[in-house]
Design a protein around this ligand. Sequence first.
Ligand code: UD1
Ligand code: CA
Length: 452
Amino acid sequence: MKAIILAAGKGARMQSDMQKVMHPMLGKPVLQYVVEAARGAGFDDITVVVGKDGAEIERELGSKFDGLYFAVQEKPLGTGHAVLAGAGRVAPTDDVLILCGDMPLVTSEFIDDLMKFKRDNFSDAVVAAVYRDDLGDFGRVYDDNSYFIEIVEARDIKNHARTNWANTGIYMFKGRSLLRALGMMKNNNSQGEYYLTDVPKIISEDGKNVQVFHTRTSMSVFAGINTQEHLAEALAHMRVRVNSRHMANGVRMIDPTTTYIDDGIKIGRGVVIYPNVIIEGACEIAPGATIGMGCHLTDTTVGEGVHIRQTVANGAKIGANSDVGPFACLRPGAVIGQNCRVGNFVEIKNANLADGVKAAHLAYIGDADVGKNVNFSCGAITANYDGEKKHRTTIGDNAFIGSNVNLIAPIEIGADAVIAAGSTITDKIPPCALGIARERQCVKLDYKNASQ
Ligand code: UD1
Ligand code: CA
């Protein structure tokens, strides 16, 4: 089945350099939600109509889906003109769905209902109308017992009767009727545009069966995005949807209104999420983990039973039952084993921590391989950067790195070695050895009396 999604026009009211439909919303561009809704309802051949500066759209979305095509509408001469630009793949026998690219909340379920209505009524065209108390800028849909009469744009209203049925901008057409009517559109209206809303009228004047599908589905499903404020409102609706899905799967959210999870992230059963959490990108959270207040996780994998609090993690991997935070910073390539402890003000970057490693406070571990059960004491760091290049630190199993140690990379610390607190280590330490590199303590007796 074929669909055409209208996405031309930059959306001047967004006041943005980005194409309107490419604005991100919980991890995906607005338009991608529309494509996925059509996909979910079985439309496997989708043409997106973009404006002449819409190459960015094709670049970003084209590779994500099979059967996604792009057509360019050179000038924004109206919604009907846009469908004409995108109708190249439509055959007379097709059923064609029309959607707007700026309506990310439209659902596959709604499209399914619309298709079923068209099938049950043997319609040549169906216009989807939604009930609203206040029609605002929406086109007004007039029908007689569900038989379509006309759509009147808000700005073209004169002595028309009052109605509560708004044009959603979503339609289904029989290919033959659509193609014929597109060729007969005129632009003799207040905007001088080719209105898609004239198309069902042309088809019904041709004696064909054109019907109105009335829905009382929540208006938010049809909300279009024209401003940054609309985008934020739509995001809030999408957040509710995404979070409800996780809660239905057994995720416990203390405050879903402040929990922002990108669409499509896998979160296991029994996970508890505290307020003010952002989980975005390619994250995966295993069952039984606890994501404490204020975590911002990006592209991060969290193992079973992990407890993580007030932590920023980007491109990290945290093994089962490890405890992270508060106030840890995990940067790309931080791979933490099982049963580790990464405490407050610990930063880890491009480093592998084997199981049972403890860095409980105030440490930096960068460009390192740290063996099992290593203790990385308070204030210890890897000095990985010489001003030009990054170097690696290797620490064997069960080594003990004392407080305030500097490990000047490249360096190797053997298994079971002990590094005395306060040491700056520049040479390799063999297994089981003690490394100590600091001034001997000097005590001056009676110092205070003598200096007076
Ligand atoms: C349109 C409908 C209106 C309906 C409303 C629902 C018409 C004439 N009016 O009005 O009845 O209530 O949608 O939201 O169709 N587009 C193009 N090329 C163009 C013009 C528009 O691709 O030349 C695309 C836009 O990117 C957008 C969609 O078509 O995704 C709708 O266009 P918009 O200008 O928002 O139409 P409305 O005035 O809202
Ligand atoms: Ca609109």
